[in-house]
Write a protein that binds this ligand. Structure first.
Ligand code: SAH
Length: 346
């Protein structure tokens, strides 16, 4: 049995499935889902992320968190949360630099939201001295304490739906089996397209109820408990039509439909839509700005110099901020409970 068989069987029984249902199965099916099978990160995995490239990334984000905590009035207890912490590298680097910030570690309760058992084990290894707890949804950070939340390359992994403009209307883009028994895309039922841009035949438009729901929930939590959240991801500043669904395996793009559960599936984040959802729940939005601007404003050049500007450090600096590298593709957005808390970097 493979995930391919399971998906075909499900389509046979219940009809074509939308892209989000497909993505959800590919990534988190309890047995065959991509994140259930292996550690996806690093040179031997399928992709590399900013914290795995250089310690500077996590260090600057640690400084960002400490600055927010100070601006919140140094609460004696707060939740320090990360969504999709990967190997725990970002948080470990962040906590190393914040050890110098008096009172910060004592006040922080570390909460990690993670779906992968492999990555959870890695996180346990590197973060055990901070006694983290793990959760699968934001409800775990709800309570009375202020929240400082970070997430790098997390929103791109949440399921996205697609609409395709076909015969004059927006329709749900779905996955069906073709006569040869392979998976193929097709235009499904007409959908409620309020808020969608105008389309031309064949256009694709992505919308992400899971992402927007999370941003709304987070907006509510922040306004109730105070605090801030920081999201870094590849994506676009403004809502626009386009197909950004991508499959990556062994550091190369591959077909979205060929090997369900074997390749990583993500889509670019629509930061305008994400921001609007958080604002609708009362949060104040900063950015999006490019990762390049954000890291330069936080002082990544100065940090690189402090690390001796070695060849490795300079190469990492270029990879994280270079205009043709991650610098412009990646965007950064913050949410705060109040406009008097002004985060750094925007
Ligand atoms: N932030 C890390 C890892 C990015 S990969 C880094 O920058 O290196 C995406 C991360 O999100 C992984 O840890 C993955 O297991 C996790 N993830 C994906 N979907 C998730 C979900 N629905 N709930 C919780 N974690 C999820």
């Amino acid at each position: 049995m493979t995930l391919f068989d399971i998906i075909r069987e499900r389509i046979r029984q219940s009809g074509p499935m939308d892209i989000a249902a497909y993505m959800d199965l590919c990534l988190t099916h309890p047995e065959y889902g991509y994140y259930m099978r292996k550690d996806p990160l690093g040179p031997d995995g399928d992709f590399t992320t900013a914290p795995e490239i250089s310690q500077m990334f996590g260090e600057l984000i640690g400084a960002w968190c400490a600055d927010i905590w100070i601006k919140l009035g140094r609460p004696s207890s707060f939740v320090l949360a990360e969504c999709g912490p990967g190997r725990g590298t970002l948080m470990a680097d962040a906590l190393r630099v914040t050890a110098k910030v008096q009172g910060f570690h004592e006040a922080a309760q570390l909460v990690l939201m993670e779906t992968s058992p492999f990555l959870k084990e890695k996180q346990r290894q590197v973060l055990s001295s901070f006694a983290p707890t793990w959760c699968k949804s934001l409800s775990a950070v709800q309570g009375n304490d202020p929240l400082v939340l970070i997430a790098n390359e997390f929103l791109d992994a949440l399921p996205v739906r697609q609409a395709v403009f076909s015969s004059g209307v927006w329709r749900e883009r779905v996955i069906d089996t073709d006569p040869a028994g392979m998976l193929s895309f097709k235009a499904g039922e007409e959908i409620d397209a309020r808020g969608f841009p105008s389309g031309r035949e064949g256009d694709i438009f992505e919308y992400a109820p899971a992402r927007e729901g999370l941003m709304r929930d987070l907006g509510k939590i922040l306004t109730a408990q105070k605090g801030a959240a920081l999201f870094l991801d590849y994506g676009h500043m403004a809502t626009a039509a386009g197909d950004t669904l991508q499959a990556v395996k062994n550091h190369k793009f591959t077909s979205v439909l060929d090997e369900p559960g074997v390749a990583d599936l993500t889509s670019h984040v629509d930061f305008e839509a994400a921001g609007k959802s958080a604002q609708s729940a009362g949060a104040v939005i900063y950015g999006p700005v490019t990762q390049r601007d954000f890291l330069l404003r936080l002082g990544i050049r100065e940090r690189a110099a402090a690390l001796g500007n070695t060849e490795t450090v300079v190469a990492a600096l270029e990879r994280l901020t270079g205009k043709d590298q991650m610098g412009l593709l990646f965007k950064v957005m913050a949410l705060c409970h109040d406009k008097r808390v002004v985060p750094e970097g925007f």
